[in-house]
Design a protein around this ligand. Structure first.
Ligand code: ATP
Length: 255
């Protein structure tokens, strides 16, 4: 079954349950999902007091090389990471407030964030605050995004930055930030969109690139991604150089 062609109402986010506290949007290729993504999403949701944080895998990212694993695998790993494997795990899903949203995988063409925001705004209505969460690395290149200057018309933009982060020293992104900048999260609650808040966070030094490279070298990725995701990667032989063993596969692990 292709995730792109068929929507599963059970697996997708449910807009009927939206309340006014707002929705976070955390996009990425998630190739694969790792605990750096998960921890940041949990902490941002909590810090902003959001009902839910949508993790939205990009099908065809316009600004970078294409993902190594296909959309179906990346979505399956995301759902496993969120614990959505059985009814009993729905409780965990609710507690963490993280929701897998496959809308970009169902759309054709490039996965533009502006299109995702327009869809969510249409579904959530004009009053619900939307919070687009990005890293400082993404903010610096924001003017490369499709219809970038309209993003803040539809959502707030939350920038997760490591301590000691730097804004661009000049240019249109800096002007954009200055025009929309909020200094505290209370200012965001006054409107459904239009503010940019930079939040200093301790980001775990983990990247999907590093995880893919470790797997190709035949190294363990235990504790960098959830065990359920390791099992999936092993089972489907993802990111694996066929000359190297998969050390997280219990059958092959060297003690
Ligand atoms: P890759 O190494 O393939 O570029 P990645 O690990 O950076 O992948 P992406 O899926 O490209 O992950 O990123 C999705 C989002 O997660 C981006 O907003 C990115 O800034 C953020 N992100 C990536 N790694 C971390 C991390 N360690 N901690 C917090 N956020 C992260």
């Amino acid at each position: 079954m292709s995730l792109i062609s068929k929507r599963s109402t059970q697996d997708s986010a449910d807009m009927n349950s939206i309340s006014m506290n707002g929705i976070g949007i955390f996009g990425g290729t998630f190739d694969p999902i790792h605990i750096g993504h998960l921890r940041t999403a949990v902490e941002l949701r909590k810090a902003l007091g959001l009902d839910e944080m949508r993790l939205i895998p990009s099908a065809t990212p316009p600004h970078r090389e294409q993902p190594e694993s296909n959309a179906e695998h990346r979505m399956a790993m995301l759902k496993l990471a969120l614990g959505r494997t059985s009814k009993s795990c729905n409780l965990e899903l609710r507690e963490s407030g993280l929701v897998a949203d496959d809308r970009e995988l169902r759309r054709k063409g490039f996965s533009y964030t502006i299109d995702t925001l327009k869809e969510l705004r249409a579904e959530a209505g004009p009053e619900t605050p939307l919070y687009l969460c990005i890293g400082m690395d993404s903010l610096i290149d924001l003017n490369q995004w499709h219809q970038w200057s309209e993003l803040a018309d539809i959502a707030h933009i939350i920038v997760a930055a490591r301590p000691g982060w730097h804004l661009p020293k000049s240019g249109e992104v800096l002007e954009f930030v200055r025009a929309h900048r909020a200094t505290n999260k209370e200012q965001l609650q006054e409107t459904p969109a239009g503010k940019i808040l930079i939040m200093e966070m301790t980001l775990l030094p983990i990247s999907a690139t590093g995880i893919r490279q470790a797997l190709k070298r035949g190294e363990s990725i235990r504790y960098l991604v959830p065990d359920s995701v390791i099992d999936y990667i092993t089972q489907h032989q993802l990111y694996t150089d066929t000359n190297n063993p998969t050390p997280d596969n219990p059958a092959q692990e060297i003690q």
